[in-house]
Write a protein that binds this ligand. Sequence first.
Ligand code: HEM
Length: 271
Amino acid sequence: MTGKSQNPSQQTITIWDPWIRIFHWSLAASVIFMLITGWFGLERSQLFRCFHDDIGQVIAALITFRLLWGLIGSSNARLLALCQNPLSAVTHIKDLLFKRTAKQERGHNAAGSWAVLAMLGMLGFQAASGYLISDTDNGDVTGPLFYSYSVESELPSFINGFTRGELTEQLLELHYLNADLITTLVIVHIVMIFLYWLIAKQNLVRPMITGKMNWKSSVAAPKLDIASTSRGFLLAIVVVLVFGWMGDWHKGKFFEGALTMCVAAESEFDF
Ligand code: HEM
């Protein structure tokens, strides 16, 4: 355990490794950008058109990194650690709302774990579907893999009679629907963090920034295996290389569309 004693009832301990924190704040900034440009009528603006598919690729890379970190990262980041008993999640929420208490945890609590899994799943679907679709009605945004297949081609026989074009139409609908669900979940996420602070006097944000928390419980803090920083670094490089290859970043494709569109339309910039 990486704990430093201050007095018998309180110690400063590590809770979040640097990679979880970098992941979290990069994801939060990217998703907030996507939601704001998507929701506040910016879908017809240059800002949305220029950056939607680039930031979408960043989100896809971040989610992939997090899922792999869930296999080889610190013990409290593991995907298995997130699959907690659903009944404990209900008890946790009831305790918070009705008894106004929350047990200190060296990781996500049972309710938070499920919210994290839901967020990773929804954002993963959103990013993956984004790679395959093209939306010419709302600002001509096209995913990096859209042109790698013919929209006329038939799909395998088990998806009878469907062309790829029809499937991508369905995916586009789901992409919009899922954006609503993500918005709801993000709002619930932020409200819950606020309620922890308001009701249970637990500041969850500071540990997500500094990686440290004040462990006040009389019970000893649970053991935590923090994965090495170099392991996270290597994983980050692999993920960037794979996504760079898929999005042709080496050919200057990353932000290329953004730059050309922004320069061409400088005069009609509307943000
Ligand atoms: C669109 C915005 C956001 C998204 C998509 C998001 C997503 C996530 C995810 C996926 C996690 C789990 C981290 C992990 O284990 O990998 C998480 C945790 C957390 N997030 Fe966010 N987040 C967002 C915004 C925010 C904001 C604005 C705050 C601060 C007010 C915040 C505070 C936290 C905290 C404190 C945790 C740790 C919760 C705990 O202790 O269990 N998040 N968030």
